[in-house]
Design a protein around this ligand. Structure first.
Ligand code: 6PG
Length: 232
């Protein structure tokens, strides 16, 4: 399968979820090597949810100069530290507990403090970093990404980190990177796998500007199930 440009979307068709994970892991290794060679540091924002888990597991053995990596989070659920549903816990178990990144370089969202306080604190951290070298994102079945959901006021919040209320995907309260950060990344990959995502992909390709489609210049890793029959 060849890479495709479809209505401005840069699409890397993948045969299945594992191929999505493999492609993303390779991209992380490439981006880390380039960033560290150029600037001595790699700023990498992780996606939450379940799709990225395999990618993170594949990176446990990767040849990356981990002490020069700074980890950020695209979003976090307002749950207690250590809660099984937190995005940072998934990342810890899949990767961060297995590689030597200095804890001070893992920039967690203090989402347990609530959306407004956590967003303010994270915005102050993000303000010190000119740009993310790589951002990984997922996409929900409604076309959300990070914690930017259709029709939610957070979509229009211009801050670097935004509070999210009334999320349709539990929990109700979250913190998310805003488009100001997502759209400034040197490279951004959106990982989409599974038949449940096919409707949102179809709507985006038909021109519906779902929240994920407002991330500019990103590359789409889409497996066959999510692509339906539109991408060979
Ligand atoms: C979250 C994620 C969210 C996720 C999508 C896709 O907190 O739930 O940040 O944006 O990436 O909902 O989730 P799956 O990968 O589990 O389908």
């Amino acid at each position: 399968m060849t890479d495709q440009a479809c209505d401005g979307m840069i699409i890397h068709p993948c045969v299945d979820a594992d191929a999505v994970a493999q492609f993303a892991a390779t991209a992380v290794i490439e981006a880390a090597g380039a960033a560290i060679a150029a600037r001595g540091v790699f700023h990498w924002a992780l996606a939450g949810g379940t799709t990225p888990k395999r990618c993170y597991e594949l990176l446990r053995e990767a040849d990356i100069d981990w002490p020069k990596v700074h980890i950020w989070f695209g979003d976090e659920r307002c749950l207690p530290v250590g809660d099984a549903e937190r995005n940072d816990l998934m990342a810890d178990k899949a990767l961060l507990n297995h590689v030597p990144i200095p804890p001070m370089q893992i920039h967690r969202m203090d989402a347990e403090l609530g959306p407004e306080v956590a967003a303010k604190q994270y915005e102050a951290l993000l303000a010190a970093v000119p740009v993310m070298d790589l951002i990984l994102l997922g996409m929900g079945e409604d076309g959300h990404t990070a914690s930017l959901f259709p029709g939610n006021p957070a979509l229009e919040d211009q801050r670097l980190a935004v509070p999210v209320y009334n999320s349709p995907k539990p929990p109700l309260e979250r913190v998310s990177m805003g488009y100001a950060v997502l759209n400034a990344a040197r490279r951004c990959l959106i990982m989409v796998a599974g038949a449940g995502k096919a409707d949102a992909i179809s709507r985006i390709q038909n021109g519906t500007r779902l929240p994920v489609a407002r991330v500019q210049g990103c590359e789409w890793l889409i497996d066959r199930e999510a692509a339906g029959n539109r991408i060979v």
